[in-house]
Design a protein around this ligand. Structure first.
Ligand SMILES: [Zn+2]
Ligand SMILES: [Zn+2]
Length: 62
């Protein structure tokens, strides 16, 4: 299958559900049951942060 882009010594063990790139187990983490690579986890975290922020602003405008 090939080597992990982040760990050149590790074989690819899973594929990111978002960007479909291959990664090793060291890179794997489950977020709400999805297998996501570090890049996509980071994007998701930033996205969620903005969502939470918007919700706070909505609440304040009442
Ligand atoms: Zn990804
Ligand atoms: Zn890796």
């Amino acid at each position: 299958m090939g080597k992990c882009p982040n760990h050149s010594g590790s074989e690819i063990d899973f594929r990111c559900k978002s960007c479909e790139r291959g990664f090793c187990l060291q890179c794997m983490d489950t977020m709400k049951g999805l297998l996501l690579c570090p890049d996509c986890r980071c994007r998701l975290a930033v996205y969620k942060m903005y969502q939470d922020h918007d919700r706070d602003l909505e609440g304040a405008s009442y």
